[in-house]
Design a protein around this ligand. Structure first.
Ligand code: FAD
Ligand code: MG
Length: 337
């Protein structure tokens, strides 16, 4: 289960202090998608109504996208025995981004990994280490290139199952911030458990501050980034994990190459960009790719910045360096194009 970034919450409180009446802080706690979420908008009392509608939108998306909800579009596609199903524009948009990020990451993102994620128990909390033969058999049905999407018609091959958990929260953040913007809100921050998305600036005109959590435990942040109108989305090995009897730690982001937790020295990846959907898909893909490939991937694109956390240092891409403040836990290096 995800925690709200303590620093982001603290900054919100500071931003609220002394703000004039017209810029009062209004917050809404939501528990959805197995995540604690906090929606905060500044303005007069009229911002409460869009915050309620934002919560309703999150609940609606959860029902539409959840792999376990028997009424969801994903459940229908997974249980159609290979027959086509019609999906909403929302689901189609998520699937298109999943396909493009899978392709550009050399297959690191595979939404068809769901049965493997399930075998490790990450979906239920009944953790176990599956045997090699079991994983090898499940991997035979992992191949996102075999998923077909023509317009709003989705076909998942018989025997395959997909799950949008790697990127659907980013889409949800985009939907929520769009709704709040359309309602005229110009200052807001939404935290969907590790996925932070912002509108405008704080009421005092300064940028939002988002903390980079310490994967090694402890309250000290590895650093902070200062952003306006951006998504800041983190995938890490410390979010959902278990420790086996022999002391080995296993986490929830799986390398499709071997069906085991991606273990390449990266501890977390934070992606900063305009689109929450794309940043969320990228955070998972880059985590699987590992430091070297992630840097090459960043160099091949011009629409995101990133912070990679390894055991002994942080790598910060040049476009975010001016808005990055390092903590004292680890040294950091700038990555240039
Ligand atoms: P991210 O890095 O963004 O995503 C990691 C997740 O993606 C993993 O947990 C796994 O599910 C999947 N994954 C792992 N490796 C790969 C890979 N290589 N390629 C693609 N995907 C991969 N959790 C529950 O326990 N119960 C629920 O009922 C539940 N309902 C949900 C409903 C919705 C609509 C959504 C979006 C999520 C829900 N979740 C639920 C949480 C979900 O299962 C994931 O754990 C969560 O989305 C992970 O997000 P993250 O930001 O921690 O990690
Ligand atoms: Mg992700």
């Amino acid at each position: 289960m995800k925690r709200i970034f303590p620093l982001a919450a603290a900054c919100l409180m500071l931003a609220g202090c002394g703000a004039q009446h017209a810029q009062q802080k209004h917050s809404r706690d939501v528990f959805a998608m197995d995540t604690y979420m906090l929606l905060t908008a500044y303005g007069n009392d009229s911002v409460n109504e869009p915050l309620i509608r934002a919560e309703e939108k999150i609940t609606a998306l959860e029902h539409m996208l959840s792999v376990t909800d028997a009424g969801s579009e994903i459940y229908a596609a997974n249980h159609a025995g290979g027959a086509p199903v019609t999906v909403s524009d929302d689901t189609a948009a998520i699937l298109r981004t999943a396909a493009s990020v899978s392709q550009e990451s050399g297959g690191a993102l595979q939404i068809s990994l769901y049965p493997v994620v399930q075998a490790w128990g990450f979906t239920t909390g009944s953790y176990r280490v599956p045997g090699e033969a079991e994983i090898a058999e499940l991997l035979q049905n992992v191949d996102d290139t075999r998923i077909s999407l023509e317009g709003n018609t989705l076909t998942v091959p018989d025997g395959m199952q997909i799950d949008l958990g790697a990127l659907a929260k980013g889409y949800t953040g985009d939907a929520v911030t769009a709704l709040l913007r359309e309602a005229g809100i110009t200052s807001a921050i939404v935290n969907l458990g590790g996925n932070v998305q912002t509108i405008g600036t704080k009421p005092d005109g300064s940028k939002w501050t988002v903390g980079i959590e310490n994967p090694f435990g402890g309250d000290q942040l590895l650093g902070t980034v200062h952003v306006g109108n951006k998504a800041v989305i983190t995938s890490g090995d410390y979010e959902r994990f278990f420790t086996a009897e022999d002391g080995t730690r296993y986490w929830h982001i799986i390398d499709p190459a071997d069906g085991a937790p991606a273990d390449n020295g990266l501890r977390s990846v934070t992606v900063i960009g305009e689109s929450g959907l794309r940043c969320d898909a990228l955070s998972t893909a880059l985590f699987v790719e590992g430091t070297e490939k992630a840097i090459a991937h960043w160099r091949a694109c011009d629409d995101f910045e990133m912070i990679l956390v390894t055991d002994d240092r942080l790598f910060v891409t040049e476009g975010i360096v001016d808005d990055f403040a390092a903590g004292s836990v680890l040294p950091w290096e700038e990555i240039t194009r």
